[in-house]
Design a binder for this molecule. Structure first.
Ligand SMILES: NC(=O)c1ccc[n+]([C@@H]2O[C@H](COP(=O)([O-])OP(=O)(O)OC[C@H]3O[C@@H](n4cnc5c(N)ncnc54)[C@H](O)[C@@H]3O)[C@@H](O)[C@H]2O)c1
Length: 323
């Protein structure tokens, strides 16, 4: 492990190749043999798991913190978690909406539910949020990193401040939240962290350069984070779930933008995505793909340039982004 500040201050040292080529080749061959065996073993286990899905774990009385829980998908996740008997802390920059959601949930489910004002891009605000929740409620068992901005733009002319803000809300904040709340989860030997990625984590497209970069970054973060929990043994009690929704009808501006591009694929409801997400988390699923046409997205990675251009210009209508 190296200290990034010390490395940047010291003089640049080019790497030297210390390994002899012959022993390297032999080791590589042996490693390839072991990997083939592991893949075989993993395939058998995956097949077994497919036909014997895990039973959902009871999360009643756990304390869940949902970022951006005042509106849209976050609000629906709060209701879905309350339905499972969770107590809730709702953190949102839109405090009025957080209060409204908290009041409705308390009325409907009689669970403990508190609203918190927090801008999740501000690390000091996150530390304060943690202290406030721990003193007014208790330690967070379930963290739902949902707050995000669906930013669609012409990258060639977009506002640079918007790039910074999108990266900060969609990517940096999720790492800060996870890092700051993880310590308590490890101490208490219980934790679930759910992250709302997007189908844009799987495939990008015109108008989505910045958004897709943040969501793809999140996917990379969650996969590497899971591996770190695995090698340290913390994966036994800290479970991660990444959720990949297709476009949803949430904020009106989002719906209007999506309508304007003649998006030809069916749009999801946030209630359905919240249901899939919470059920997936309770079944300890690492990945929850909410769209039935996910395989279309995977396939579109391999489209030719002309097919991509045809879909972008003839099937969808995105010309107004590029005037
Ligand atoms: N709407 C879609 O089509 C779609 C598709 C795929 C993924 N997603 C993802 O789902 C998540 C929720 O999206 P949504 O459509 O419900 O959005 P939304 O705009 O309806 O709601 C987002 C909520 O997050 C809050 N928020 C925004 N910035 C914040 C900040 N800095 N600190 C705290 N709270 C903040 C907002 O006040 C709002 O309550 C996002 O991560 C988004 O990227 C959305």
């Amino acid at each position: 492990m190296f200290n990034i500040n010390e490395v940047m201050k010291s003089e640049y040292r080019p790497a030297t190749n210390s390994k002899s080529k012959s022993s390297y080749k032999l080791k590589l061959l042996f490693l390839a043999y072991k990997i083939v065996l592991l893949i075989l073993y993993d395939s058998i286990i995956a097949l077994f798991k497919k036909f014997n899905p895990k039973k959902p774990k009871n999360i009643s009385k756990k304390l869940a913190l949902v970022t951006g829980g005042g509106n849209g998908l976050g609000r629906c996740i709060c209701f879905r978690l309350a339905h499972e008997g969770c107590d809730l802390a709702i953190a949102d920059i839109d405090f009025k909406a957080a209060c409204q959601t908290a009041a409705e949930i308390q009325e409907k489910y009689k669970t403990v539910c508190k609203p918190y004002h927090c801008d999740v891009t501000d690390k000091n605000a996150i530390y304060k949020l943690k202290n406030d929740i721990e003193s007014e409620m208790r330690g967070v068992d379930i963290l739902v990193n949902n707050a995000g901005l669906l930013y669609m733009s012409n990258f060639l002319t977009c506002n640079v401040d918007d790039i910074e803000r999108t990266v900060s809300v969609n990517l940096t904040s999720q790492m800060l939240m996870s890092r700051i709340f993880l310590t308590g989860m490890i101490d208490r030997k219980y934790g679930k962290i759910m992250t709302i990625c997007s189908i844009a984590s799987v495939v990008g497209g015109p108008t989505l350069a910045v958004y897709s970069a943040t969501k793809r970054g999140l996917d990379g973060f969650m996969r590497s984070f899971a591996d770190e929990l695995l090698v340290t043994g913390n994966d036994k009690f800290i479970k991660l779930t990444s959720v990949y929704p297709d476009f949803m009808n949430t904020r009106q501006e989002i719906t209007e933008t999506l309508d304007s591009i003649r998006h030809f694929l069916p749009r999801l409801t946030p209630e359905k995505v919240a249901d899939d997400a919470v059920k997936g988390m309770m079944r300890k699923k690492k990945f929850v793909y909410c769209s039935k046409i996910t395989s279309f997205y995977f396939a579109s990675r391999y489209m030719t340039k002309s097919s991509k251009k045809y879909i972008a210009t003839r099937v969808m209508n995105i010309s107004h982004f590029y005037k």
